[in-house]
Design a protein around this ligand. Structure first.
Ligand code: AMP
Length: 401
């Protein structure tokens, strides 16, 4: 979360905390051909008879907030939190799962699409994932998409006898999603299906070309996959997905997003361009496990304060040191010197700062380097500079006003 927040905040995105549930109508706007809406929503009546739903994703809530509060565009926000979908639980697919994501409202520029995709890409790089690949596609403008869906519907219905019963059911609801079928029986028909590229308007094709050129400028590797349609019905033009090849292929999408120009309007706001992504935190962590990105062990802190008087020196000192940018911990319950030293070793701290009766009387402290066991007693006022000489420079933490 911290890595994600650092990355997107450095690009001007501000944190938004959307509610965990909304009026059901907010999510119904995601489209009645969207499985998330038709089959997977946790919806119920509250005590006041309102029909509400646990959020299955964040984008609708962000667009609802934009339509309601009308912030000045461009509006760049990021979020993190749980979503709920009534799906068949399996490895990497849960009924409650976490996402982090960003949304930008009010900008139509293809270079923004590149910024958004790049921020997702850089996040995976910063957590150390090496086996993530990027797939991009364009679903065209509204009219392009409609013409494509009609062509697909015709193509698949002419070959209905070759399709699996599941694909036939999907065809009824949303011909685009038939392309997502992973069943062997459907593979040949899908392979011959018309592709969206043939239906793109000139402006949608130019937009997509500019997105691809921008990704090349940033040296971000990607492949164009004209079969990438994504599950949510609201996507227009640019769509993209991040795939982890370290995960089982059934659930290997670690994140995805796209443009959803039109969604704010559907939610009662002004016509507004929109783009964003959501990255699956659970699956990203599974990929990190598979790639052994994180080393496990005790958390490393800078300083462990040992107080053998009444504990208040440790209280004051840990507070002061944390405010000055050090990570600092201590023992509680008036434990013996020996027990506190054991705690210091377990904490992984680089340095122990010891305050006993004589140090307390003389306003000094004993600093013990826990890796070399060197020990020296210094005036308390010199502690911070002495610590910096051992653990490196620190910046004071920002204090709330
Ligand atoms: P979506 O909101 O469907 O575009 O999904 C974006 C990302 O969220 C996916 O690529 C997954 O990594 C993750 N995700 C979606 N649904 C689930 C789920 N049921 N369990 C775990 N992760 C999920």
């Amino acid at each position: 979360m911290r890595i994600f927040a650092d990355g997107v905040e450095s690009a001007g995105y501000q944190c938004i905390v959307p509610p965990m549930f909304e009026d059901l109508g907010v999510f119904l706007r995601l489209g009645d051909a969207t499985d998330v809406v038709t089959k997977e929503m946790y919806d119920f009546e509250d005590k006041g008879g309102r029909h509400i739903a646990l959020r299955p994703e964040h984008t609708a809530s962000v667009c609802r907030a934009y339509a309601q509060h009308r912030p000045t565009p461009p509006w760049k926000v990021w979020y993190s939190g749980p979503n709920f979908r009534y799906e068949r639980p399996q490895a990497g697919r849960f009924r409650q799962f976490d996402q982090v994501g960003i949304e930008v409202l009010g900008v139509d520029d293809a270079l923004l699409d590149v910024e958004v995709i790049a921020l997702g890409w850089q996040f995976y790089q910063s957590v150390g994932l090496k086996n993530v690949s990027l797939i991009v596609n364009s679903l065209g403008d509204n009219g392009d998409r409609t013409r494509y869906v009609e062509a697909l519907a015709l193509y698949f219905s002419e070959r209905a006898h070759q399709l699996s019963p599941e694909a036939l059911a999907t065809l009824e609801r949303n011909p685009l999603r038939v392309l997502d079928s992973k069943r062997g029986q459907d593979a040949d028909v899908i392979a011959g299906a018309p592709t969206i590229g043939q239906f793109l308007s000139l402006s949608a094709a130019e937009h997509f070309a500019a997105v691809c050129a921008g990704l090349k400028t940033l040296d971000i590797p990607f492949t164009v996959n004209e079969r990438l349609v994504r599950g949510l019905d609201y996507y227009r033009r640019t769509t993209f997905e991040f795939i982890s090849t370290a995960l089982d292929s059934a659930q290997n999408a670690v994140g995805g997003g796209g443009r959803y120009d039109g969604l704010v309007e559907d939610l009662g706001g002004p016509a507004t361009a929109g783009i964003g992504f959501a990255l699956g935190v659970d699956r990203t962590l599974l990929a990190c496990d598979a790639e052994k990105c994180f080393e496990f062990g005790s958390p490393q802190i800078d300083v462990f304060v040992i107080d053998t008087t009444d504990g208040t020196h440790a209280l004051r000192l840990t507070t002061l040191l944390r405010a000055s940018g050090f990570s600092a911990d201590r023992a509680f319950d008036g434990r013996s010197m020996k027990a506190q030293m054991k705690g210091a070793d377990r904490s992984g701290a680089l340095v122990a700062v010891i305050i006993g009766e004589s140090e307390a009387e003389q306003s000094t402290c004993t600093v013990r380097n826990l890796s070399t066991s060197e020990q020296t007693t210094i005036p308390l006022v010199d502690l911070q500079s002495h610590l910096q000489s051992i653990v490196g420079p620190k910046q004071p933490r920002r204090q709330s006003q």
